[in-house]
Design a protein around this ligand. Structure first.
Ligand code: ADP
Ligand code: ARG
Length: 370
């Protein structure tokens, strides 16, 4: 049985050299593992085997997978994040001393000649005492949601947060109907139907949809916590404005409140920092983005030119509905620094500011050259 799958991996590896998990899979290392560990590692690779066009091609399924399968994951991380193998990640939310910061430390988009934009910063977290989403049972998902609902009651009771929880779980006292769910997705508050993501489906992460899925939203709608998406939690601040520090600082303090709730213990790896399902998010779990109109760079109706310019600047371009969605009709795209690992949280928000400045200069240049 295992020899069939190894033969399949070897064949796929040759045909799909861009699939990082397949490329880093070493049959000799695999042969040294116990039967139980073999099955666990193969489970991590399932999404990349079923979707050989994957760029990453694997997801961790237990909080300890990165450490238990270090010879595999350290190669994956080095290749994707372009860092030396065996490097250690350091977390730090303090902006003081971060290179390239304006003298007053204020990351104000107005200084770049930009109007108020929609700014968002999210960080993923997983609870230490549950399997990661790829290995959860339906009961685990429902139990985790219930545990989080008790934690949200504490936020709801705090005047600076308030708000409510919206559940997608049938029969949950906070459950919402399809119309309300669609409305929240359109507001960029709630996540999309995970069943439509073939990578998450093959990984087992989308299983049992919509059980155990939901979202806490603060009274002012600027602070959100997703429950049951690719990570147990995605903790998010979003607001319209020009000062990136506002959304970053709010996430920092809101995160501290969540982290302080008794009984919530997040999964961290000594070497790798924040543990996330996908190795692309490991380290900080953080993505800091703006929705920015780039009508000149997207004049052909696609993001190709913006992507080509953004990549060497260390930026990712997404559509206005998030990953794997099209750009806006007015040329609005989602821009975020690609790095999450071996970069600090503070460096990510500073990198967003610098990246926007560079991309805005390209957009303006494009206007002059036509
Ligand atoms: P994630 O950011 O968690 O990796 P997605 O890329 O799928 O996930 O985005 C999730 C949602 O957040 C989508 O609705 C997307 O449009 C929205 N979003 C991301 N960045 C912004 C932003 N700066 N302003 C408004 N909405 C945003
Ligand atoms: N599993 C997909 C791949 O390997 C997506 C990886 C990045 N996106 C994500 N949402 N984690 O290409």
């Amino acid at each position: 049985m295992t020899s069939n799958i190894i033969a399949k991996i070897k064949a796929l590896k040759a045909d799909w050299p861009g699939n990082i998990a397949l490329a880093c899979f070493d049959p000799d290392y695999f042969a040294t593992l116990s039967e139980n560990h073999k099955a666990r590692l193969l489970k991590c690779l399932n999404s990349g085997i079923e979707n050989p066009d994957s760029e990453m091609g694997c997801y961790a399924c237990q909080p300890s997978d990165y450490d238990d399968f270090k010879p595999f994951f350290s190669k994956v991380l080095a290749r994707y994040h372009k860092v030396p193998e065996g490097v250690r990640h350091v977390n730090d939310w303090n902006l003081k001393g971060v290179a390239g910061l304006p003298a007053d430390g204020v990351l104000d988009l107005a200084r770049l000649g930009l109007p108020a934009l929609s700014m968002r910063v999210r960080t993923g977290r997983n609870l230490r005492d549950f399997p990661l989403p790829g290995s959860m049972t339906r009961e685990d998902r429902i139990h985790l949601e219930q545990k989080m609902m008790a934690a949200f009651d504490k936020l709801i009771a705090m005047p600076e947060y308030g708000g409510r929880y919206y559940s997608l779980t049938p029969g949950n006292p906070c459950s919402i109907d399809d119309t309300k769910y669609r409305e929240l997705v359109d507001e960029h508050i709630m996540f999309k139907n995970m069943d439509n993501d073939r990578y998450l489906t093959a990984a087992g992460i989308a299983a049992d949809w919509p059980h155990g899925r939901g979202c806490y939203v603060s009274a002012d709608r600027g602070f959100t916590i997703w429950v049951g998406e690719e990570d147990h939690l995605r903790i998010i601040c979003m607001q319209r404005g020009t000062i990136l520090n506002e959304v970053f600082d709010r996430l920092k303090s809101a995160f501290a409140v969540v982290e302080g709730v008794e009984g919530l213990e997040f999964a961290y790896s000594v070497d790798y920092g924040v543990v996330t399902s996908c190795p692309t998010n490991l380290g900080t779990g953080m993505r800091a983005s703006v929705h920015i109109p780039l009508p000149n760079l997207t004049a052909d109706g696609t993001d190709s030119r913006a992507v080509a310019l953004a990549r060497p600047l260390g930026l990712s371009v997404r559509g206005v509905g998030g990953e794997h969605t099209p750009i806006g009709a007015d040329g609005t795209v989602d821009i975020s620094p690609s790095a999450r690992f071996c970069i600090t949280e503070a460096e990510i928000v500073a990198a967003l500011y610098r990246g926007i400045a560079l991309l805005k200069a390209e957009e303006d240049k494009c206007n002059l050259t036509g």
